[in-house]
Design a protein around this ligand. Sequence first.
Ligand SMILES: [Zn+2]
Length: 229
Amino acid sequence: MKFCVLASGSSGNAYVIVDGPHKVLIDAGLSPKCIRERLRALSIPDGGWRGFLLTHEHGDHAKYAQEMGIQIGWRAMRLDDRQAQRLYGDVCAYAGDCPHGTTTSTAYSIEGGPDLSVFLATDISGLGETAESMIGHASLIAIEANWDPEMLEACDRDEKAKERSRTSHLSNQKAAEILFGCSAKTVVAVHLSKPCNSPERVRQALEPTVKMFGGKLIVAGDEPICVEV
Ligand SMILES: [Zn+2]
């Protein structure tokens, strides 16, 4: 099983689980053309879609959900807290609601057995209770590391926008706090704010915790990436 970040950040998000011939899409904040191009760049063949999940309805995650759904033959669905959905074979998706400002964002755990599960949580200000119970046993954790406190203070944004970041998105420090006590092989930091964060700051904040449980930290940037689970 592989976890791929086609794009992550406020200009568009799309994540794909690739498992042999099977593929599951999470979010479609990129156009179908762009998603196809990025899959091609990662040498992932077209077709084999087994599901399409949405974290939440904000444009950078769901703008192209309908269009993409028609192309891959799956209507985008957003699971409810504690709801599970079989995707293919023994692989299931579990969901947990998390706070995201005035709304919620769904964290997903895609599980194919012991040592084979991907946990994804983005656009959150913290983990909900169900999500908290799912993260501990994940083999790969993809988690938002949106802002660095110093860079947020200094960045060229009005106070309202800064407050939105503080109340709707995870700081690097909060992401590190959430990771404390986890045991994943790999942690992928996603959804970095361009003006209010940097890969270096993410590493500084998250690496000590990730190293503590012997994991490897990958910071998603502009290029699409694919990581073995
Ligand atoms: Zn959002």
